[in-house]
Structure formats: structure tokens, C-alpha cells
Design a protein around this ligand. Sequence first.
Ligand code: NAI
Length: 342
Amino acid sequence: APAPKRVLVTGAAGQIGYALVPMIARGHLLGPDQPIILHMLDIPPAAESLEGVKMELLDAAYPLLHGIVATTDVTEAFTGVDIAIMVGGFPRKQGMERKEVMGKNVSIYKAQASALAKFASKDVKVVVVANPANTNALVLKASTEGNICPKNITCLTRLDHNRALAQIAERLGVTSKDVKNVIIWGNHSSTQYPDVNHGTVTLADGKEHNIRDAVSDDAWLNDEFIKIVQQRGAAIINKRKLSSALSAASSVCDHVRDWMLGTAEGTWTSMGVVSDGSYGAPAGVVYSFPVTTKDGEWTIQSGMLCHYQSSSDVSNPLGWTAVRQDQDEGDEDEGDGDGGDE
Ligand code: NAI
């Protein structure tokens, strides 16, 4: 068997953490043959709860789980990790200004970035889940300058990608495995653009069809579909009174697994990555693009200009100005009218 990989989950005592750690221990993150040493970090008020999660992980007797580090010490948590899944953060509470939450998360992500740079494996792969995910990833990148390759810092938009696949599959009565190559552009927030224009679906005839042709309802695709995906996080909060957790956890596994093990031939996925200026997204910002992956490296899929857009949109296919004004996206208030994410 290969040597164990160290996988860190921050905020591991939280809701996503509780759904995520068993998936990792089952092999959903790095495949069924890769032994794991799980590092779990949380803050002192959650220390006991974290200890309880550790006890349950032991009780589940996962064959792949070769060790558990459950700690509130940042240095211990980050030491030697190969994969860092950043779920921990300060949630926006009622009555708090968005700026205030951002400020708190900036300090957390700066501190954790320096621990990452000092103590993690030099080739550590990072996925930021905590909102505002794009911004937290940007802060993390800025604070690891020189020590962690910017290409190794990503944020999660795979949940949005999966939500888009699932909506198309539901609509056409197929499974999500039959749908491929949707794209999430932009931020993990209600400003994202879920794009089906390059996607295909395999129907009962066994043939691949363009999603637009198969759905045959542009009005739905251009309006309701986009809103459903953009506002799905808020819709889950309305029903569950808690934000998405099992779907977020499952999407984290998809994100990391595809990144490390590669996307299938002819298929891309969506990841928030550091922009190289592609598609007019300013170089250096963390932005969700279509990417293909191979052996732990992602590549932005080029040549995706959307031929369904009007000519005025083509000069600025992503509506960048609007996105940038909303860069401080994040955990929108539920029911504040513009939907928002988790
Ligand atoms: P939660 O509140 O249940 O868990 C967060 C955990 O982080 C808590 O246990 C808390 O003690 C811990 N924490 C706080 N500060 C920390 C720090 N400095 N270091 C380590 N741990 C710390 O929240 P939940 O539901 O698990 O969500 C976590 C984050 O993920 C939220 O920011 C949420 O908005 C975001 N999210 C992102 C999604 C995405 O697709 N990118 C989807 C769903 C949620």
C-alpha cells in the first residue's frame, strides 16, 4: 500500500466537518487504496466536541485510517499535511456587518496561511471552503507568498457545479453522471454564472446531446435554472435551518479527487483557482473557471467564449465589473432577496 497521506480539515467539529471526515476515511477523497492520517483542527470552545468526533472515527474502525490528530493547536494541525481543507472560519451572525466578518476571517486566514507555509508539506494542496471562499483563498495566497505555489491554492465551487449537473439531470430524467461539462464562472456566491452552453447530456438514445438542445427550453435555462443554482445555498438554509453540509462535504471530495487523480478525457470541472488573466478575469484573483486536471495539476480550459451571448456581452463575457464589485461575497443573509450562498 502507498504511504499514508496527511489530510487536514479545519473547522472539523462543525457541520461540514462532521459530514466530511467519514467520507475522507472511506477513501472518497484520494481513492480506495490511499491510507490517510487525518488532522482535525478546531478552536478551543469546540475542543470537546472535536474529541467526540475523534472517538466516533475510532469507533467506525475505518481500514484506511492510519491515524488521527485532533487538536486546537495550529502548528500541530498543519505539520506535514499534504492536503489542507479549510472549512473553519468565523460565521456571519445576525446584525454583523459584512466588513466585520471579513475582518475576522482575514486575520484567521493570514495566521493559518503562515502556519501552512511553515509547517505543511512543500507541495501541499489547499482547498478553501469557508465563506467568502474566493476571498479567503486570496488572503491565504497573499500570506503564503513565496512558500506555497499559488497554483496549489484553490477554493470550492464544485458544489455549485454539482448543483448545476443535478438540475439538468432532474429536468431530463437522467442521472448526474449522464451530464457533463457545465461551468461555474466567478465567485462562490449569487454573482456566479452557471453556464450550460458547452455542456452535453447522454439521453436514453445513448447519444450525447448539447444541453440546450436536449432541454429545449431556453427561457428556463436562461432564467430559472440560473437562479436555482445561484440561490441553492439559501434555499437549503430555508429548509434545513442550517447551511448545506453533506453536499458541501461530498463536493470537497470530488474537488480534491479530480485534482489529484485527474478529470476524465473530454471532461472538465469547475474550480476556484488563481486567475492567469484568462477570459478577462484579472490575473491573481481567485476565480472559478472550467479546468481539466492531471497528476495534481489543473489547467484552465481555453476557447470557451459563449456563442449564445449577445454581441455586446462577447467583449466582456464574464461581466467582470459586476463581479468585482461583489468580490466581498459570502454567507448572504437568508431571504435577503438576492439569494446568496451558504
Ligand atoms: P459550522 O459553524 O458548523 O463549522 C465551522 C467550524 O469552524 C466550527 O466548528 C468552528 O468552531 C470552527 N472554526 C471557527 N474558527 C476557526 C478557526 N480559526 N480555526 C479552526 N476552526 C475554526 O459551519 P459549516 O456549516 O461547517 O460551514 C463552514 C463554512 O463553509 C462556512 O463558512 C460556510 O459558509 C462555508 N460553506 C461553503 C460552501 C462552498 O461551497 N464553498 C458550501 C457550504 C458552506
